[in-house]
Design a binder for this molecule. Structure first.
Ligand code: R5P
Length: 312
């Protein structure tokens, strides 16, 4: 690999960062992150980046503010050390779900995008961001990759022929369509409403799920409330159990582990976009290291990434 390439495994994704570098055949670029007694951090690079093509891999997963600040500090250190080109690789983007404004509310996705851009990265590489509209929140160009083919391949061995791909809400319909196309399965969707961060309700299912094994697909699993509500609606509609679930981003917030333990799940497939200790089955993690390494390699060589992209 070209000696001009440097990839930093940010503090939010140390394992994924190392795995990406392994696939690129390079060592992760070195840095030290010192935390002072008052909680402030200082970042110092341990090698030169002058004139180099630099990639900082850092998801802005919870704790979002900490991970955003670490990204800004790493980028600042790289700029000041003379990096020639700086690209942010954010496999998960925090606040992406706040892409619509409530009455007199803030627009979290835009605010988070504006803060990330103060790092002066010239380009961003994202994976299955919550909505394609997120790209419009950024002024810098975005390469929006998808892990759908990876997850479909990982799910295939767990899906009997009489499976049906299920979108657990309207926002997941395009993703479900992509899975259904790859796996050659029919699809259905659940009517969901959200009353709070923790509470969702499902009001019915559109599509034939009677006697079929649901394969629920979503961009993320946070509290598990969406999957729980969908599972209830699918049972009421006569679907078979256990269910298979695939999400790109596994946050496991709040009561998620408890919620999942109470559901009839054969498998929960997720990527390592967010660094979590997934725990015992039914959780199964498919790594996006090869996807990110491929994107970085092509970007470094100024080659197209179009076949790695997600929804337009
Ligand atoms: C919402 O639109 C998202 O696509 C997910 O369905 C949702 O954020 C999952 O969160 P939770 O697991 O807390 O229901």
């Amino acid at each position: 690999m070209n000696d001009r390439l440097r990839v930093f495994a940010g503090p939010a994704n140390p394992r994924l960062g190392v795995a990406v570098c392994e696939r690129l055949g390079i060592a992760p670029a070195g840095y030290e992150c010192h935390r002072f007694p008052d909680g402030e951090i200082e970042i110092a690079l341990t090698g030169s980046v002058r004139g180099r093509d630099v990639y900082i891999l850092q998801a802005t997963s919870p704790p979002v503010e900490q991970h955003v600040f670490e990204l800004l500090m790493l980028a600042d250190a790289c700029r000041r050390a003379g990096a020639a080109r700086l690209t942010g690789v954010m496999p998960y983007v925090g606040y992406a779900r706040q892409e619509r404004r409530s009455v007199r509310g803030s627009l979290g996705a835009r605010v988070a995008a504006a803060v990330v851009e103060t790092s002066r990265v010239e380009r961003l590489i994202l994976v299955d961001a919550h909505s394609s509209t997120l790209e419009a929140c950024f002024d810098v160009p975005v390469d929006h990759l998808t892990a759908v083919p990876l997850l479909a391949g990982a799910a295939a061995p767990h899906l009997p022929p009489e499976s049906v791909v299920v979108a657990p809400d309207l926002g997941a319909v395009r993703r479900a369509r992509d899975f259904a196309r790859i796996l050659r399965l029919p699809m259905a969707f659940v009517h969901k409403t959200r009353t709070s961060g923790e509470e969702v309700a499902a009001h019915g299912v559109t599509g034939n799920v009677q006697g079929r094994v649901p394969f629920i697909v979503d961009d993320m699993l946070s509290t598990g409330g969406t999957i729980e509500a969908a599972a209830g609606a699918l049972r009421a509609a006569g679907a078979r159990e256990p269910l298979v679930v695939a999400v790109t981003h596994l946050l496991l917030a709040g009561r998620a582990r408890e919620v999942l333990a109470g559901l009839p799940l054969a498998r929960v497939l997720a990527t390592d976009s967010v660094e979590v200790d997934a725990g015992p089955p039914p959780l199964e993690v498919a790594t996006i290291a090869a996807l990110l390494a491929d994107a970085i390699r092509r970007h470094h060589r100024d080659e197209p990434l179009v076949d790695l992209r997600g929804r337009a």
